[in-house]
Write a protein that binds this ligand. Structure first.
Ligand code: BTN
Length: 245
């Protein structure tokens, strides 16, 4: 086992991603170490947003990785593998799991998990990765400004043991990470696409030029979303360049 070979638990800290980065900087922290917290005062979300989570209710973790097999221009593979590990874990509880590009995890139409991957790149090599994961487990009430949250408890109607969840999640993430290490790239790509939210479904999107109708047809190697319009033209979008309506 690589992911979960070592777990460090902190009752409270600012952010598990920040703690992971500090530990890496100090040196001698083994690959696969999981930093786990009961509460974060300044949990970090994507694009400078906050990640809020009620104390003791959810999974808040960061995994330290040294993915030397992945070149920097292929770093989106790490995102795919982490997303798939979370999907595999959640599929034990419900079959309605999907990945909303680039890496939000949804159950039905609601967000159950967010991922914040921070890679440190030197030339075209990834020196280290901090893969931060928040999964809503037992929280049932959320601040009003969070658009469409859900949790395992909301989905299943049951309370879940966080320790058991973490063990099982680590196992799922570990198997997916090994697919990456053994370079099973086409399998990873196939699975990622098969779980993609709204894949091949006509729907409305919004980009810098306005609203348009299209369907998701693929995700490029570098992680750009490919959308086909009604005239058969394919457009590519980076993170935050397109919104789902
Ligand atoms: C998102 O905006 O969807 C990404 C959220 C990522 C949250 C997790 S919680 C554990 C880890 N530590 C952080 O500060 N953020 C990530």
């Amino acid at each position: 086992m690589i992911i979960g070979s070592r777990k460090l638990y902190y009752e409270k800290l600012s952010s598990t991603n920040t703690m992971a980065a500090t530990l890496i900087r100090k040196g001698n922290i083994s690959e696969g170490t999981i930093i786990h917290a009961g509460f974060q005062y300044s949990g970090k979300g994507q694009a400078g947003n906050k990640w809020e989570s009620e104390e003791g209710k959810n999974l808040l973790i960061s995994i330290i990785l040294y993915p030397t097999v992945v070149k920097a221009d292929m770093q989106f593979l790490i995102s795919k593998v982490i997303s798939l590990g979370i999907v595999d874990f959640l599929m034990q509880f419900t079959s309605e799991v999907s990945i909303k590009w680039p890496n939000d995890i949804y159950v039905k139409g609601d967000k159950i998990s967010g991922i914040l991957i921070e890679n440190t790149i030197v030339r075209n090599e990834i020196e280290h990765t901090v893969a931060g994961i928040g999964i809503n487990v037992n929280q049932t009430r959320f601040p009003e400004d969070i658009p469409n949250p859900t949790s395992l408890k909301i989905v299943t109607g049951k309370e879940h043991d966080l320790k058991e969840c973490l063990t099982s999640l680590a196992k799922s993430l570990d198997s997916r990470y090994k697919q990456l290490l053994y370079e099973r790239i086409s399998q990873i790509n196939r699975d990622y696409i098969s779980y993609l939210y709204q894949f091949n479904v006509w729907c409305e999107f919004n980009d810098s030029k306005g609203i348009f109708e299209g369907k998701i047809v693929s995700v490029s190697d570098i992680g750009r979303l490919q959308i086909e319009d009604r005239r058969g033209r394919i457009y590519e979008f980076g993170f935050r360049e397109v919104d789902f309506l």
